[in-house]
Design a protein around this ligand. Sequence first.
Ligand SMILES: C[S@@+](CC[C@H](N)C(=O)[O-])C[C@H]1O[C@@H](n2cnc3c(N)ncnc32)[C@H](O)[C@@H]1O
Length: 375
Amino acid sequence: MDKITLIATAAMGLEGIVGQELRDLGYENVRVENSRAVFEARPSDIPRVNLWLRFADRVKLLVGKFNAYSFDELFENTKALPWEQFISEDGEFPVIGKSKKSKLYSVPDCQAIVKKAIVERMKQKYGIADRLEETGAFYRVEVDINKDEVWLTLDTSGSGLHKRGYRVGQGEAPLKETLAAALIQVTNWRGDAPFVDLFCGSGTIPIEAALIGQNIAPGFNREFASENWSFVSDRYWDAAFEEAEDKAQYDHPLNIQGMDIDPKMIEISKANAMEAGLGDLIPFKQMQARDFKPVEKGGYLVSNPPYGERIGDRKEVEKTYRQLGGTMKDFPTWSVYILTAHPQFEKVYGTEATKKRKLFNGFIETNYYQFFGKK
Ligand SMILES: C[S@@+](CC[C@H](N)C(=O)[O-])C[C@H]1O[C@@H](n2cnc3c(N)ncnc32)[C@H](O)[C@@H]1O
């Protein structure tokens, strides 16, 4: 098996950034579609992309796609695919599914049919008369039907790629690590200028900034489902981890700070940064946003402040936004990036954003307000 098709899934609005990330990693012919980027690769790329993708949710392997309008078609087309090339004889392979705008809409039925078809194929190919043991490596199969087109995939990642392995604690509304990394990517900050998050919560934005600034592979600290797959050889994993080690610039000096009003969050941020292997590279400090007075020029402020959605919080949050807008007016060389769902953010902050971008923070529709600093 030489060529495979991989799918990097992404949160709505981040698929373009994931596509670019894949091109930067050297992949050509990347197709960006709704919530995913599809690209051609080899099995040895599975470790590489899982280790390096900062903004994607998961990496899935496309086993096959076809149109199906009946359960028979679903069964026969699934059975015709070379599952034994991927799933080992003792592999455990639960099937999950989804269906949208399709004749085959009953997801539990589709899952059961796909499962049955793979079981039959595997028993034939491996010459097994009894039932399959399913005691070995874990392969999550997904049947995804959209407008009668069926995509059958295997999830190479295991837990979502946002789980970097460093979050030992969190606050009430933590940002997904993948979204935090994307917020930083959008700023063009690449490790050389001062970087501050005044509402750092559990430290996600400063920690992701440090990983970007030192070119540390985001998946360096975790495990992946496909580490146990026989067609993804241990050699490929070793090579990918070695590449990540070679490319990391642990000595690259960074000027990143995280602040929060809540001392508990500062403790959590410190613990998370420690777990990420960053030691005390990032000074975390308990502070009110309104007390921020930058001493250097040309810095980046990237924050995910409270949105003021709960009744009673709004006035307080608006006061914080207003004070921040007032403070940052005195530091025109600073670029400010704020993610919030507050509908009148610019009005309250007191300045019109240079640019804004709609993004989903989980299910909450937010805007990412970007105020470029003067050069
Ligand atoms: C939405 S959370 C940030 C979550 C963070 N991005 C994470 O991933 O954990 C907002 C944070 O702002 C802090 N906060 C609220 N008002 C503040 C203020 N006036 N100054 C500084 N921090 C404040 C809260 O304590 C909370 O941790």
